[in-house]
Design a protein around this ligand. Structure first.
Ligand SMILES: Cc1cc2nc3c(=O)[nH]c(=O)nc-3n(C[C@H](O)[C@H](O)[C@H](O)COP(=O)(O)OP(=O)(O)OC[C@H]3O[C@@H](n4cnc5c(N)ncnc54)[C@H](O)[C@@H]3O)c2cc1C
Ligand code: FES
Length: 269
C-alpha cells in the first residue's frame, strides 16, 4: 500500500524492552527489534506500550507518540525519553521484559555535510537524541554543543562523546544558552561548518536565524504534533518557503533555508 508516492511503513510490531537506564531527568529505553530496518540518524518511531496504554477501564487509549532514535546497536534500538505527560509517563515506567509496540523508522534523517564543511552538532534538552546516533555515524571527531536547563538535565550529555555543555543556571559548563556557544564557533569558522540541530522551538529558531545571517548550511530536526507518523492524518503540517508540508514525511529533518522566519516557534509546543 502507498500513501502518495511513499511506500507504507514497515508494520507495527512488538519489541521487547531489554534495558531501562536513567540519565538524570531522562530515561533511556533499549528494545530488541530483530526484524526491523536499520534506522538513519534523524529518523523517528511511533511508540506505544503494549499493556496499559491508556486503555484501562473507562480510559480512552492513547495515540502512539513520536520519538527520535537515539542509537541503533546490534538490532537494539535506544530511545531517550523525558516524562512530560501521560504517554511519556507510561513509557518511562516500562521495565525489561515488557513490550513496546513500534512503527518505524519513519521520515527523513540527516545527510552528510557539504564538501569542505565539517559537522557541528547543536542540541537542546531531549533534542540531543538524534545527535547521538548522528555522532555514532559521523565519528567521534564530530563536535557537539549541548544545552540543558540545569545539572539534572545535563546528565543527558553523557550520551554523546566529549560535548561542550551549557546550562541555563550555570550549574554545569558555560552559564548561558547553547546558541551563545554556537555564535562563538560561527564567528571563527562560519565558512567551514555545517550545523545539525535539534532542540526546543526557540533554540531551533535562533539556530535558523544565525545560519541564515552567516550563510551557513544547517539541518534542523523539528517536532510537531504527530498522530500517525506516516502521512495519513495531516496533523503535523508546518510552513516552509515552498508551502505547507507534512513534517512526518518531508522531515523531521529540514534544511534551515526552507524555513521562513519564526515558523519553528509557531509549529512547536
Ligand atoms: C519527530 C519527533 C521526535 C521526537 N523525539 C522525542 C525524543 O527523542 N524524546 C522525547 O522525550 N520526546 C520526543 N518527541 C516529543 C514526544 O513525542 C512528546 O513529548 C510526547 O508525544 C508527549 O506525549 P505525552 O502523552 O507524554 O504528553 P502530552 O500530554 O501529549 O504532551 C505534553 C506536552 O508536550 C506537547 N507535545 C506533545 N506531543 C508533541 C509533539 N509531537 N511535538 C511537540 N510537542 C508535543 C504538548 O502540547 C504538551 O505541551 C518527539 C516528537 C517528534 C514529533
Ligand atoms: S503525523 Fe499524520 S500526517 Fe504527519
Amino acid at each position: 500500500m502507498t500513501i502518495g508516492s511513499r511506500p507504507a511503513p514497515f508494520g507495527r510490531r512488538a519489541a521487547t524492552v531489554t534495558a531501562r537506564e536513567t540519565y538524570g531527568a531522562y530515561v533511556v529505553l533499549r528494545c530488541h527489534d530483530p526484524g526491523g530496518p536499520q534506522p538513519r540518524a534523524g529518523q523517528f518511531y511511533m511508540l506505544a506500550a503494549a499493556e496499559r496504554w491508556g486503555g484501562g477501564e473507562a480510559e480512552r487509549p492513547f495515540l502512539p507518540r513520536a520519538f527520535s532514535v537515539l542509537r541503533a546497536l546490534e538490532r537494539d534500538l535506544h530511545f531517550l525519553l523525558e516524562d512530560v505527560g501521560p504517554g511519556t509517563s507510561r513509557l518511562t515506567e516500562l521495565a525489561p521484559g515488557e513490550d513496546l509496540l513500534l512503527v518505524g523508522p519513519l521520515g527523513n534523517g540527516f545527510t552528510g555535510p557539504r564538501e569542505g564543511r565539517t559537522p557541528l552538532l547543536v542540541g537542546g534538552g531531549v533534542g540531543v537524541a538524534p545527535l547521538a546516533i548522528w555522532q555514532d555515524q559521523l565519528g567521534r571527531a564530530a563536535r557537539a554543543l549541548l544545552g540543558f536547563r540545569d545539572r539534572v538535565h545535563a546528565d543527558g550529555a553523557a550520551l554523546l562523546h566529549d560535548p561542550t555543555i551549557a546550562t541555563d543556571d550555570g550549574s554545569v559548563g558555560y552559564h548561558g544558552l547553547v546558541t551563545d556557544l554556537l555564535g562563538e564557533e560561527l564567528d571563527v569558522r562560519a565558512d567551514q561548518i555545517e550545523v545539525y540541530a535539534c532542540g526546543p522551538p526557540a533554540m531551533l529558531e535562533a539556530v535558523r536565524a544565525m545560519c541564515a545571517e552567516r550563510a551557513v548550511p544547517g539541518q534542523l530536526a523539528l517536532e510537531s504534533g504527530m498522530a500517525c507518523g506516516f502521512g495519513a492524518c495531516f496533523g503535523c503540517v508546518v510552513p516552509t518557503v515552498h508551502g505547507y508540508i507534512r513534517l512526518c514525511l518531508e522531515g523531521p529533518v529540514l534544511d534551515a533555508q526552507v524555513l521562513p522566519t519564526a515558523a519553528i516557534v509557531g509549529a512547536g509546543h
